[in-house]
Design a protein around this ligand. Structure first.
Ligand SMILES: Cc1cc2nc3c(=O)[nH]c(=O)nc-3n(C[C@H](O)[C@H](O)[C@H](O)COP(=O)(O)OP(=O)(O)OC[C@H]3O[C@@H](n4cnc5c(N)ncnc54)[C@H](O)[C@@H]3O)c2cc1C
Length: 605
């Protein structure tokens, strides 16, 4: 076996998106020696792709906003499966985290009097998203990266972590390989923060990039951590549907926030039909009220008019589009129409520059003159590693998690903009939590035999003389999940998914890759598949166990919410060689927060 390049640190952060960078900055600022590892290049994580904005109750545009309203919107959006304490901390701390970014050099769009401008997004009562046109993630990652590099940390780019090590029950470090040359690396660390993002590459149609193979969820699971809410996968309502090569590419919710209207092939503005009765009063009653709301938004004026129905929550809009298409009212390429061309072209290009270029260059559509064709795309994982709200601690000593890889804040459905704020708030908290743990811990020992075993496991696909092609396995997994674990689910399909994933895993055990370890994407995929298969099984099994419809999880065979299931998360753990999925009670919300949901307390206190 080759030599293993070994590094030592106090805190190892896996993932250099918003959550990982913010955690690394915090741990470093608290005096820890930090190693930051990323599978791709620094600055190229998913966070850079974020478009519409970061949600924070700054109350710059709508002064009635406040943390209590943000808290309430987040809990309602998540169908009350959210961890109340996470939703509280998130709503309370997001404004400070955004202002901190500004102090570190981020330049947000501005109000006429020079404050951070905020735009409307689905499920948010007030205009709440601080943004930079439709390139918010780029500004955020640029700022965090700059701050991080100056704060001081060791950065390891293009290194994929494949295993966490433990010593006597606590985390001891991690193992991985460098993607360009295949060299093996080991990190001895007192604490590890998982910030590896989501799982979208298990589906055929997704807004996610190659990086989203569920690595962090799988690493934590194998280290003995609990995962929750894995059944809650968000389908964003608006992805591109044409041409085929870009199917699934995101069309930001910012388009609807700026006035985009959804219509079917009969020209009907169908979203009114799909508003949940209990929340209908939050939305404009007709086209006139929706138009007045938009005019006020453009003029940056206060209004008592209610927001358009297109700004319903993502789970609801996705189901609406799916139903319109299924019932024969779709657009020529199997989506619906999203139209913003009725607004002045100059405003569309100024507020949505990336969308303008995306459609001109990829679909030959000028969105200032024609409607876009859009349909649902796999987008965001609400479930993930169970993390203690105040510290980000997972259920294994020394392990922490933040960002999309963690769970608890969003419950059954995430509101747009609440991910970027999640990364900042809980990235900072996980960094502080890991630093505090590391300060009180000695360096643990990694058994050399464990490292060798992992290295042997990694090279096995290169040493087989025959076996399965990783690309064929990946295609079959995506087909299986796309067909059986979609927007609408049913027992038979979920069982097929579970059986299908198990069969595909048997084939994967015999995966074979030609060539060596240098620049070999097939080898990388062979390893990613291990994680994708594990996480796919967690999702299908949790979805099977939740026999109700709630948030992003819609069961055709159980169309209503079950109050008893509203009190539990589905919790996944490893039990020997088998996967255990079982209900786990939600913590009860304290009375003073429950009171915020009483009608008389609807105003900010
Ligand atoms: C197109 C698009 C637009 C979006 N727009 C918005 C928006 O406007 N507002 C909003 O709130 N949210 C938005 N989201 C969601 C949001 O961007 C993501 O949820 C968020 O950026 C995730 O951040 P993260 O730090 O958790 O993960 P990421 O930013 O994805 O970072 C994950 C990091 O982990 C690394 N990694 C993964 N596996 C390994 C491994 N095994 N070893 C080492 N490194 C590893 C990756 O290389 C990467 O550095 C959008 C998402 C997409 C896809």
């Amino acid at each position: 076996m080759d030599a293993i390049e070994t590094h030592e640190c106090d805190v190892l952060v896996i993932g250099a998106g918003g959550a990982g960078l913010r955690a690394a900055i915090e741990a470093s600022a608290l005096g820890c020696r930090v190693a930051l590892v990323t599978k791709s290049l620094l600055g190229k994580a998913h966070t850079v792709m974020a478009e519409g904005g970061v949600a924070a109750a700054l109350a710059h545009v709508d002064p009635q906003d406040g943390w209590q309203v943000h808290f309430r919107d987040t809990m309602k959006g998540g169908s009350f499966l959210n961890h109340w304490r996470m939703a509280q901390l998130h709503a309370q701390e997001a404004p400070d985290r955004v202002r901190e970014l500004e102090h570190w050099g981020a330049l947000f769009d501005r109000t006429t009097d020079g404050r951070i401008l905020q735009r409307a997004f689905g499920g948010h009562t007030y205009k709440r998203l601080a943004h930079v046109g439709d390139r918010t993630g780029l500004e955020m990652i640029r700022t965090l990266q700059d701050r991080g590099v100056h704060q001081g940390m060791d950065v390891f780019m293009e290194v994929a972590i494949t295993k966490l090590f433990k010593d006597g029950g606590r985390i001891a470090g991690a193992f991985g390989y460098r993607r360009p040359d295949g060299a093996f690396l080991a990190f001895r660390a007192k604490a590890v923060v998982i910030a590896t993002g989501g799982v979208g590459k298990a589906w055929k149609v997704t807004s996610n990039s190659w990086e989203y193979s569920g690595d962090g969820q799988a690493l934590a699971y194998e280290a003995g951590a609990e995962l929750i809410d894995m059944e809650f996968l968000q389908f964003h309502p608006t992805g591109m549907v044409w041409p085929p090569g870009v199917m699934g590419l995101l069309v930001t919710e910012g388009v609807r926030g700026e006035g985009g209207i959804l219509r079917n092939n009969k020209g009907e503005r169908f979203m009114w039909k799909y508003l949940p009765e209990a929340r209908r009063n939050e939305y404009a009653a007709d086209e006139d009220e929706a138009r007045r709301w938009l005019d006020a938004a453009v003029a940056m004026k206060q209004t008592s008019d209610r927001r358009p129905p297109e700004l319903s929550t993502r789970d609801n809009v996705s189901r609406a589009i799916y139903t319109e298409v299924k019932e024969g009212r779709g657009s020529p390429h199997g989506g619906v129409f999203l139209d913003i061309s009725y607004l002045p072209a100059e405003r569309v290009i100024r507020k949505l520059p990336s969308m303008y270029h995306q459609f001109v260059e990829l679909a030959d559509v000028d969105i200032t003159k024609q409607p876009m064709e859009v349909g649902p795309t796999t987008h965001y994982m609400m479930g993930g590693v169970r993390a203690e709200p105040d510290t980000g601690a997972a259920t294994v000593p020394g392990l922490f998690a933040a960002g999309e890889a963690a769970a608890g804040l969003h419950g059954a459905n995430r509101l747009g903009g609440n991910s970027l704020s999640d990364l900042l708030v809980f990235g900072q908290r996980a960094g502080a939590g890991a630093a505090a743990y590391a300060r009180g811990a000695s360096q643990a020992r990694i058994d050399p035999a464990d490292m060798e075993a992992e290295a042997r496991d990694l090279v096995a696909p290169l040493e087989r003389s025959q076996g399965e092609d990783p690309y064929a396995i990946h295609r079959d997994l995506q087909e299986c999940m796309q067909t059986n674990v979609g927007i609408f689910r049913v027992e038979r399909d979920l069982q097929q998914a579970i059986d299908g994933v198990r069969e595909i895993r048997e084939r994967w055990r015999n995966v074979r890759v030609g060539g060596g370890r240098v620049f070999n994407p097939g080898w990388h995929l062979a390893r990613d598949l291990k994680n994708l298969l594990l996480v796919s099984e967690m999702i299908a099994r949790s979805a099977q166990l939740r026999k109700e419809s709630r948030g992003a999880h819609s069961r055709i065979d159980f169309p209503a919410m079950d109050p008893a299931l509203g009190k539990v998360n589905m919790c996944t753990t490893q039990a020997g060689d088998t996967m255990r999925v079982e209900p786990s009670p939600l913590p009860e919300m304290p009375a003073e927060l429950q009171a915020l949901f009483e009608p008389a307390k609807e105003k900010v206190g």
